[in-house]
Design a binder for this molecule. Sequence first.
Ligand SMILES: CC(C)(COP(=O)(O)OP(=O)(O)OC[C@H]1O[C@@H](n2cnc3c(N)ncnc32)[C@H](O)[C@@H]1OP(=O)(O)O)[C@@H](O)C(=O)NCCC(=O)NCCS
Length: 148
Amino acid sequence: MNTYRLAGEDDLQGVRSLFLKVRESIDNSKLFNWSPEMIETELINSQFYVSLSTDQVIEAFISFRENADSIEILALGTAPDRLRSGTMKGLLKGFAEKFSKNGKGIYLEVHPLNKAAISLYDKCGFKLSRVRKSYYKDGSDGLEMSYF
Ligand SMILES: CC(C)(COP(=O)(O)OP(=O)(O)OC[C@H]1O[C@@H](n2cnc3c(N)ncnc32)[C@H](O)[C@@H]1OP(=O)(O)O)[C@@H](O)C(=O)NCCC(=O)NCCS
């Protein structure tokens, strides 16, 4: 059974390596548009909530920023060899329950073609809250989904 916790300094190398692995595994880069430089910036500016296997390997991550009245999820990903095993559903549900306790809403943006992510968010209780016109570099709208 996996455990969930905030990543500390000692976890950053593992998070970096997983973030890059997820990036490399994506067929359509529009759906996960993170350059290695953006990933480095994210590692500095965001916090990470991670799922660890029984042998303490980081199998999934959620990067997020806590604002005054809300929490924004910037990116999330599961190790390519752990996909479709419920890893992210468990982590995201755990994250939403833990971080919504203080009354802050949680929101994120998703590309309309990222059907796997949209289905995941739906199953974890996120609802469509706004459509952001031409939000993505390819001109696609961004779907904002929120959890309250
Ligand atoms: C989206 C992603 C995080 C899902 O992770 P995962 O650990 O495989 O997801 P889970 O096994 O917990 O699945 C939970 C639900 O997500 C949906 N889902 C996951 N993968 C899917 C796929 N390939 N196709 C359709 N739905 C999918 C399903 O609703 C699934 O529930 P089900 O298994 O009961 O059908 C993973 O595919 C990933 O890392 N994608 C690349 C990064 C990305 O696109 N991140 C989102 C934008 S930042």
